[in-house]
Design a protein around this ligand. Structure first.
Ligand code: GAP
Length: 446
């Protein structure tokens, strides 16, 4: 769908999100907690649809993938083995005059971007959030909130292998919260301290890792395109060697062109055998693979390499919002704000609208509503004029609106379906309504 508006500014997205119930500032009545957000009634539907689309495509539709859900709290040794305790740091600088803090690698100058004051030399700041387990706050009970979901997968490698009898190549995916004490947050939900990740660890035979890295990069790029993201807004950026995480041999980021420039949407890393080896060393439990297909007994046991596509749910949601947003000039002289969400992620699939609150129309419209919502996430709206109700549904990205009018009652027992993107309307007998909607929306979207 061609868009009218080239680029939407952040404040329009933030205001739409609050006004329509996608995203709210956390603890707002207390003045808010910096860079922490709550998802409202529409936001959570959108988020669930994104998770579901990911889970269906990458876990349920593949026989080389399984899912898992691991705890946020893990044994502190996990973070020593993974390298996070030692090296998961950002360089922090502080302005000596106004005491604002920045990531040294996020600013160009040697002076404070806010007041021009002198900055302290950078010091490494660990990003893991600490907590204490049990009643005594001593170091023995110190634990971390996980900074990535990945480690829960690595430490369960052997459990999953034994339970599922999977053969290489195969992967384990999970969706869950992660926490990082980011120095600089901002751009709404783009970088927050509490966020949700959808991560895959795909285990492969060493030597085939580069091919799989490319394969997963292509798969995810295509996934975003299939969900309607504009191709010219996406690009792939391989990391330079000095940028690579401590575990990575190669990483490609899929980036999105936001109003403020290109930003990371997700990373696809080749983590080699770093994590399984590190956990074997620190736990004393062998995390390797027995390969029946190899003849030579000396070669049968090896540690798989792993390719990791890692995506933030909140970040994906922000991209879908930015990408879907448009403002269109109508013939009437009005402007309509519309979210062109792909039907499979749209929070509400169908709106049922009686032409008016006329007492004859409402019972019929309610009947149609009950029918439609038995199959699709549906909203009923009879407040204000039909034109305003269409606008309201456009603004939240509802792909289809079904209108019940007097012709329905008096003539044809049919309704009008209006398409959000083209604003075209067709008349469909109620007996064919569900099938027509399903065809339109995509059979798996309900
Ligand atoms: N296990 C690898 C890993 O966590 P990462 O590049 O640090 O890699 C993966 O994170 C993805 O998680 C990012 O591309 C982004 O989508 C999301 N993400 C990371 N930090 C985030 C933050 N502070 N706020 C929101 N999303 C974040």
């Amino acid at each position: 769908m061609a868009r009218t508006l080239d680029r939407v500014e952040m404040d329009k997205i933030v205001s739409l999100c609050k006004r329509r119930g996608f995203i709210f500032q956390s603890s707002e009545i207390y003045g808010g907690l910096a860079s922490t957000y709550d998802y409202g009634p529409l936001g959570i539907e959108l988020k669930r649809n994104i998770r579901d689309a990911w889970w269906r495509t990458f876990i349920q539709d593949r026989d080389d993938m399984v899912g898992i859900e691991t705890a946020i709290l893990m044994h502190p040794q996990v973070w020593v083995a993974s390298g996070h305790a030692g090296t998961f740091t950002d360089p922090l600088v502080e302005c000596k005059a106004c005491h604002h803090r920045f990531r040294a690698d996020h600013i160009d100058s040697k002076a404070c971007p806010d007041c021009g004051g002198a900055l302290t030399p950078p010091r490494n700041f660990n990003l893991m959030l600490k907590t204490f387990l049990g009643p005594v706050e001593d170091t023995a009970s110190q634990a971390y909130l996980r900074p990535e979901t990945a480690q829960g997968i690595f430490v369960n490698f052997q459990n999953v292998l034994t339970a599922t009898r999977k053969r290489l190549p195969f992967g384990i995916g999970q969706i869950g919260k992660s926490f990082r004490n980011e120095i600089t947050t901002g751009n709404f939900t783009f970088r927050t301290r509490e966020f949700e990740q959808m991560e895959i660890e795909f285990f492969v035979k060493p030597g085939t890792d580069e091919e799989w890295h490319q394969h997963w990069t292509d798969l995810f790029m295509q996934w975003f395109l299939d969900l309607g993201v504009r191709p010219d807004r996406l690009r792939l950026r391989p990391h330079a060697s000095e940028e690579l995480s401590h575990y990575s041999k190669a990483t490609s980021d899929i980036e999105y062109s936001f109003a403020w420039g290109w930003g990371e949407l997700m990373g696809i890393a080749n983590r080699t055998d770093f994590d399984l080896k590190a956990h074997t060393e620190h736990s004393g439990v062998r995390l390797d693979y027995f390969d029946d297909d190899i003849e030579d007994p000396a070669q049968k046991h090896y540690v798989p390499y792993v390719v990791e596509p890692a995506l933030g749910v909140d970040r994906a949601l922000l991209v879908f919002l930015f990408d879907a947003y448009d403002e269109e000039a109508l013939e009437s002289g009005d402007t309509r704000v519309v979210l062109h969400f792909h039907p499979s992620i749209a929070p509400i699939k169908v709106a049922v609208l009686p032409l008016s609150r006329n007492e004859r129309l409402v019972p019929k419209a309610r009947e149609v509503y009950d029918l439609v919502r038995s199959r699709f996430v549906t909203q009923y709206d009879d407040a204000q004029s039909i034109g305003r109700r269409y606008r309201r549904q456009d603004e939240i990205g509802t792909p289809l609106a079904v209108t019940v009018d007097f012709q329905t009652l008096d003539e044809d027992n049919a309704v009008t379906i209006r398409d959000r993107d083209t604003m075209q309307q067709v008349r469909v007998p109620i007996s064919e309504l569900l099938d027509t909607l399903a065809e339109w929306l995509n059979p798996r979207s309900s």
